[in-house]
Design a binder for this molecule. Structure first.
Ligand SMILES: Cc1ncc(C[n+]2csc(CCOP(=O)(O)OP(=O)(O)O)c2C)c(N)n1
Length: 633
């Protein structure tokens, strides 16, 4: 049936039994495809009926559907004419793993950072109102994304502006990756009382409308009875208190109930919050049975068992173990995660030290300032976060941590090119946005052993330190135990004569292979492991920039403001900056694709680096630039 669905109009023709069959088909299709491409499995299995109902009741793109985060928009893709391309999901040149404006007129928001949908939706709704553009704007937000501060900033303004053309659908599956934590989650759980509640409430208001009372007093009496029954039945919701209409909680797998509620919301002409309860991983046992994250986001897996196809040691694993070791020695070490304990390697830590890990919800800004407070109180907070999501807490990192010179350790996972999650998930700005912050020290390990050693250094530091490492497997298992690495100390891992590559993090390995290739062509290329981005090793100016005629910096960060910039800034006063060439990522948003391919396309694989060296050695030769140490002053 799925093949025949080319647009939402096609599903509006279907009847309930056909829709149920379609829902089953979609789930099987998702499992089969995602088992090959990887992707967000359980969030999408959970929203099949909800997406069908949304596209039947609302008329996209006339009505705008805004998916918060966008990781749960696969079913939306299938219903908007993209099922035949679905095998290319997250593959180079294929469909994006999130909504994508270039893919479809039905896709509006492609930023996959959570908690933004209500702000986008309010802006869209207000803008449309002002221009008299008809249609409803629907924001679909998860209970996890609703923990983020931005969502509440938007709700506050929605309550103020009361746009009649805005519907908020709260997709409540009780989980972010792990169960959603906090007072809000508790509140939402309380609202999910007996599923018969909604029907009972309807029944009562229907009966009240039929009361055979007449006159003012009767009206008053009816009103009072109704109000007290309402209070009795319905706990006052946080949304009602804000001045928004709340309806629910509705079974998110009951198509008819969903359609009824959405129809009412559409006709209400006042902003409403429709609370829909869904099951994450619905219909796929391995996801439902998974206690960790219900197979939220997966690589390729075996569809029968749900087990991953690849299980190699990753930087994330190594960090998790290193933090455990450190925590067993330093009683003040505490870990903080913004709803991503499993994917930042904290699971074992949480088992071993349950009182020393804080899941703050999808609230990176709060996470960082909370860490600042903990540090003020004498703790050693380690903020475990993806590089891309620390962007959210840029101001907090500067003002609340660095300005106070607090010893918060930032551990940035998934730094550099991440691959299939695309533009909004590449962690390619962190070296730039961290390096510019006063008091901040920034490091990037070249391998697993160095990661463990840098963590020791960071935990012994008297101010903020950020350590960033890439997504993926480590070159080798760590060589333990480790000694802390002195702050600012680089290492010349290969000596050469004609040029040196100053490499950051994973680029060290790439540079060593490039140097081998160059050696085959008679070029003697050194490699320096520039593991500290900040502070820069003073030997850069006193030694390497004098000894080598050409310095090529290599980093998996954007060129603007990154490591290459740090080297240029250091060398500018010495007059040696002219020897520097920068190999970095370009000044545009990178697409999704395979990590290695994206790096290679941008000159950051061994061949590309070797080419850069060769190209500039020639230029240096042609320009008659000095080859060898400059004359002593
Ligand atoms: C700012 C930000 N932090 C972290 C994430 C990583 N992340 C992606 S989905 C997700 C959980 C979302 O939970 P919810 O909104 O309830 O959606 P569900 O997957 O449960 O349907 C998280 C933490 C993100 N996308 N954005």
């Amino acid at each position: 049936m799925l093949e025949s669905i080319q647009s939402p109009a096609d599903i509006r023709k279907l009847r309930v039994p056909e829709l149920k069959a379609l829902a089953t088909e979609i789930r099987a299709f998702l499992v089969e495809n995602i088992s090959k491409t990887g992707g967000h499995l359980s969030p999408n299995l959970g929203v099949v009926e909800l997406t069908l109902a949304l596209h039947r009741i609302f008329d996209s793109p006339r009505d705008a559907i805004v998916w918060d985060t966008g990781h749960q928009a696969y079913v939306h893709k299938l219903l908007t004419g993209r099922s035949s391309a679905f095998a290319s999901l997250r593959q180079p040149g294929g469909l994006s793993g999130y909504p994508s404006r270039s893919e479809s007129e039905h896709d509006l928001i492609e930023n996959s950072h959570a908690s933004t949908s209500l702000s986008y939706a309010l802006g869209l709704a207000e803008g449309r109102l002002r221009d008299g553009i008809p249609g409803t704007v629907v924001a679909v937000i998860g209970d996890g994304a609703l923990t983020g501060g931005m969502a509440w900033e938007a709700l506050n303004q929605i309550a103020h502006l009361q746009p009649p053309n805005l519907v908020v659908v709260l997709n409540d599956n009780g989980r972010s990756y792990a169960p959603t934590v906090g007072g809000l989650a508790r509140h939402l759980a309380q609202l999910q009382i007996d599923p018969r509640y909604e029907r009972l409430k309807e029944e009562i208001s229907h009966r009240l409308r039929e009361l055979p009372l007449v006159g003012y007093k009767a009206d008053q009496a009816a009103f009072r009875v109704k109000e007290s029954l309402k209070q009795l039945l319905q706990p006052n919701t946080v949304f009602d208190s804000l001045g928004l209409k709340y309806a629910g909680a509705c079974d998110g797998h009951d198509l008819e109930a969903l359609e009824e509620l959405l129809t009412r919301a559409k006709r209400l002409h006042t902003p409403s919050v429709i609370h829909v309860v869904t099951e994450k991983g619905r219909g796929y046992e391995p996801a439902i049975d998974d206690e960790i994250d219900k197979l939220h986001g997966v690589g390729a897996f075996d569809p029968l068992s749900g087990r991953p196809r690849q299980t190699e040691l990753t930087y994330t694993d190594v960090f998790g173990e290193a933090l455990m070791t450190a925590a067993s020695r330093h009683p003040n070490v505490v870990a903080i995660t913004a709803a991503m304990a499993s994917s930042t390697g904290l699971l074992n830590f949480a088992r071993e030290f349950p009182d020393r890990v804080f899941d703050v919800g999808i609230c990176e800004q709060h996470a960082v300032t909370f860490a600042a407070g903990l540090a003020m109180a004498g703790k050693r907070p380690v903020v475990c976060i993806y590089s891309t999501f620390l962007q959210r807490a840029f101001d907090q990192t500067i003002m609340d941590v660095a300005l106070h010179r607090l010893p918060v350790v930032f551990v940035l996972d998934r730094a550099g090119v991440t691959g299939p999650d695309g533009s909004s998930h590449h962690g390619v700005f962190d070296l730039s946005y961290l390096r510019m912050i006063p008091n901040m020290k920034v490091a990037a390990p070249a391998d697993a052993t160095e990661l463990c050693a840098l963590l020791e250094t960071a935990l012994a530091s008297d101010g903020p330190v950020a350590i960033r490492y890439p997504k993926g497997t480590v070159p080798a298992t760590p060589d333990l135990p480790v000694e802390p690495i002195p702050v600012g100390r680089w290492e010349e891992v290969r000596r050469g004569q004609d040029a040196a590559i100053l490499a950051v993090g994973r680029m060290v390995e790439v540079a060593l292979v490039a140097a081998d290739r160059l050696a085959e062509e008679g070029i003697s290329c050194g490699v320096v492991n520039a593991r500290w981005l900040k502070p820069v090793d003073p030997r850069l100016a006193s030694d390497w920039a004098r000894r080598y005629p050409l310095l090529v910096t290599a980093e998996d960060n954007v060129g603007s403001g990154g490591f290459g910039g740090a080297v240029l800034e250091t060398l500018a006063p010495t007059g040696l900056a002219g020897k520097v060439r920068i190999a970095a990522l370009p000044d545009h948003f990178l697409p999704h694709g395979k990590q290695a391919e994206i790096l290679a396309e941008n000159g950051l694989a061994p061949e590309g680096l070797a080419e850069t060296v060769k190209e500039h050695i020639q230029v240096a030769g042609e320009a008659g630039l000095p080859h060898g140490p400059p004359p002593a002053k």
